[in-house]
Design a protein around this ligand. Structure first.
Ligand SMILES: C[S@@+](CC[C@H](N)C(=O)[O-])C[C@H]1O[C@@H](n2cnc3c(N)ncnc32)[C@H](O)[C@@H]1O
Length: 234
């Protein structure tokens, strides 16, 4: 998601003058640092969620103080505890069950307010139509597709025996079908929501999707940012 920071995420955050940002999935904190730089400059707060962050939380708490609140937990446990945010970056566990339920929680806790802007990574290949599980134990059996620690190559549905991308992760053996993948989760959420929401995406850099309360001004801004991002990649 870091790749989208300068050209897409930061301009949106600035445009809405975000005061409370939620980040799901921090890893080494590359993008978390970007967000915290914005927060310290703009008197805003970051609530970050990751069950296994690869940085020193105590140290970051000391540095960023009131601008930073960290939840060392899964998104489905931590999100219901976080209130009044205006933007959410979803880049955690890229499977149907997790992403669909993240969106359901965001909807439930914002039903009387405006839906926050939600940015989701991995809405294009390889995880648009294929689940991956950071921790399969977190997923109820009925939502868990068969998976293997094998990689993926473009234009081939089967996992490859050697190499390929993300070969060390638990990738679903089969693509497509129901309740499989991040884009499928977004589509299923949209089939059920009564809120007036818009979804736009680019398929560049594994895909960035953006959900927001339908709004002509944001349509123009987001269309332009996504187009410029795609064109600048050449
Ligand atoms: C792709 S990395 C995030 C990269 C980061 N957003 C960036 O732009 O540099 C995914 C992260 O999600 C975390 N993760 C896995 N399952 C999660 C869950 N259920 N809830 C929140 N985070 C999760 C992993 O520990 C990992 O650090």
């Amino acid at each position: 998601m870091n790749r989208f920071w300068n050209k897409v995420i930061l301009p949106i955050i600035k445009d809405i003058n975000a005061k409370h940002i939620v980040e799901i999935g921090c890893f080494t904190g590359e993008n978390t640092k970007n967000i915290l730089k914005y927060c310290t400059k703009n008197n805003a707060k970051l609530s970050a969620i990751d069950p296994k962050p690869a940085f020193n939380i105590a140290q970051w708490n000391r540095i960023y103080k009131n601008n930073f609140s960290f939840h060392k937990d899964t998104s489905l446990n931590a999100l219901p505890l976080i209130k009044d945010y205006d933007i959410v970056l979803i880049d955690g566990d890229h499977n149907w069950y997790t992403v669909y339920n993240e969106l359901k929680i965001i909807e439930k806790f914002n039903i009387n307010n405006v839906f926050p802007i939600v940015l989701l990574h991995d809405v294009a290949w390889p995880y648009a139509r294929r689940d991956v599980y950071y921790n399969p134990n977190n997923i109820p059996n009925s939502y868990l597709h068969p998976y293997k620690k094998l990689g993926m190559v473009p234009n081939q549905s089967d996992l490859v025996e050697k190499g390929g991308i993300n070969w060390s992760l638990n990738n679903a053996i089969y693509e497509d079908g129901s309740k499989n993948g991040v884009l499928t989760a977004v589509e299923d959420f949209f089939k059920e929501t009564n809120m007036s929401l818009t979804f736009k995406m680019t398929d560049k850099s594994n895909g960035l999707g953006i959900i927001y309360h339908s709004n002509k001004n944001l349509d123009q801004i987001i269309d332009k940012l996504l187009l410029d991002f795609a064109n600048n990649l050449g």
